[in-house]
Design a protein around this ligand. Sequence first.
Ligand SMILES: *[C@@H]1O[C@H](CO)[C@@H](O)[C@H](O)[C@H]1NC(C)=O
Ligand SMILES: *[C@@H]1O[C@H](CO)[C@@H](O)[C@H](O)[C@H]1NC(C)=O
Ligand SMILES: *[C@@H]1O[C@H](CO)[C@@H](O)[C@H](O)[C@H]1NC(C)=O
Ligand SMILES: *[C@@H]1O[C@H](CO)[C@@H](O)[C@H](O)[C@H]1NC(C)=O
Ligand SMILES: *[C@@H]1O[C@H](CO)[C@@H](O)[C@H](O)[C@H]1NC(C)=O
Length: 565
Amino acid sequence: MGLLDCRCLLLALLQLPALLRLDAAAAAAAFGWAPEPDQLFQIPEGWSCLGRVAASEALSLTFALRQQNVGRLEELVQRVSSPDSPEYGRFLSLAEVQALVAPSPQTLNAVRKWLEAHGIWDCTDVGTKDFLQCQVPAGTAEQLLPGAQFQRYVNGERSVVRSPFAYTLAEELAEHLDFVGGLHRFPAERKAVSRAWTAGKALLSTFHLGVTPAVIRQRYNLTDKDVGSSLQQQPADLAEFMGLFGKSFPHHLRVDQVVGHQGWGKAGLEASLDVEYIMSSGANISTWVFSNGGRHESQEPFLQWLLVLSNMSALPWVHTVSYGDDEDSLSRAYMERVNVEFMKAAARGMSILFASGDSGAGCRSVHGGKHTFRPSFPASSPYVTTVGGTSFQHPFLVSAEVTDSISGGGFSNVFPMPKYQTTAVKRFLSTTSKLPPSSYYNKTGRAYPDLAALSDNYWVVSNRIPMPWVSGTSASTPVVGGIIALINDRRLQRGQSPLGFLNPALYRLQEKGNSTALYDVTTGCHYSCLDETVQGQGFCAAPSWDPVTGWGTPNYPELLSALLG
Ligand SMILES: *[C@@H]1O[C@H](CO)[C@@H](O)[C@H](O)[C@H]1NC(C)=O
Ligand SMILES: *[C@@H]1O[C@H](CO)[C@@H](O)[C@H](O)[C@H]1NC(C)=O
Ligand SMILES: *[C@@H]1O[C@H](CO)[C@@H](O)[C@H](O)[C@H]1NC(C)=O
Ligand SMILES: *[C@@H]1O[C@H](CO)[C@@H](O)[C@H](O)[C@H]1NC(C)=O
Ligand SMILES: *[C@@H]1O[C@H](CO)[C@@H](O)[C@H](O)[C@H]1NC(C)=O
């Protein structure tokens, strides 16, 4: 029935992009050191190449400078995020994070001298001094980064400059730089899907016609009093959405602050979804939108957001992000560094939530026609909270939740399993009878998601038009973000710290075994490779934690009282 239609629609959207492994080994042999030899260059569907850019064309490049004391940062995050530590909640300011991780004077000097020797002066840094963003003419950039060759790619009105060839750096810089951003990675496509299928039958009045804020609030036990005290998204859409769907609870009609460029063109469906739902579960909580649309090329919007995190001392406590790429398409240097950026945010008390992805366990072809599952990053970072997706068991009733078969989940091939989850994950692996063959996943890796929420059949207002049947973990993530923001609000009112990085507290709470803070989702499987061995099936939900829906979905009053401590 309906579910099959969705599956076809989603599979149709998963067409393979053009792939090209950068020939970094050859480039390095010719010129020096390649920081990202494993970075895949892929032209996503919809983009085409217009050819090489003029030497005078200005590019924006981001230099990730080698940090100090990353090991100490990691230990500190552990202490400030673990409820049984005496330092729980004793977060650092941006200045304190800078004092810990800022690059050494030797690194700062070496990088600056190198740039200046190429006539590059137009650079800005961030509060923690570990990124430099510079405007560089393409011709100069090609001399600075031997091997790189800059070409323009367009997709509709969007346009970026990228190098399909690997860049190298002089050997002397190997100890000073992690990677250079703005060369290979394309802006990730945002994938909110409107599943257009119609409900055939006449509906009873107790039925709901799709997920609205009222449905979310009912399912997760938020009363009209559970509100806060204290993007490319068009303000008109949010007001209209709240006018249509937000009648019974106090809420803001506008986003309070936009960081970056606020374009006024067509709002993305996805941006509308994020803001409308974070502001309905996190009702009356001040909401900011980080926007990177607009101006010619924002080279790497995700990187830009990371830079903002390191450059503003006062930021929202909760961030929800729906960006994700296949782990195997990204360089290890890039992922390791982004992971450190999440540690820096955790040290400051921020809760960073990522959508787990909309491709189930994913699928990747490896040698000999074999397949493996395909983890997604940053969902697989051990320093973020990853949110999966569920559906109502009865599609039109506020009822128990089951797995949404698109819910991203699995095991990282890059990040080892963090301590906070080993008991839970090992229990899953040892008690589940029908696991996929072990060649499909890496049971030593960071397992995700951590929790879940409804991801199916949302109403969204976009460009002033209400759209039904919008689905994806980019819907469930802001819902959980809003709930965490409400809990932070209560904690702050009581003079407590914000929650910060959630996972240690979340796993500890759930491992007690008698927690009612989350509804355990125990039925349904997500999908994976359509081959003979697994036949489209990835992992299946099970009692307690599982790599499909994590610990389950929020029951607000119980989660609140557990996390108020
Ligand atoms: C960081 O913030 C300062 C002002 O506070 C600004 O001048 C600078 O351009 C910002 N850096 C980046 C990389 O955006
Ligand atoms: C939350 O809602 C469910 C039904 O949706 C109900 O069974 C439960 O008692 C409610 N309250 C709490 C505190 O769990
Ligand atoms: C909503 O937030 C505002 C501050 O932004 C506060 O003055 C107001 O009391 C809040 N409303 C409720 C119902 O708590
Ligand atoms: C499995 O994950 C670990 C990290 O937990 C990693 O070191 C190892 O290389 C991974 N194996 C494969 C085959 O990717
Ligand atoms: C759950 O169990 C712990 C001990 O493992 C106990 O301290 C706590 O009071 C119990 N909570 C509830 C709600 O029963």
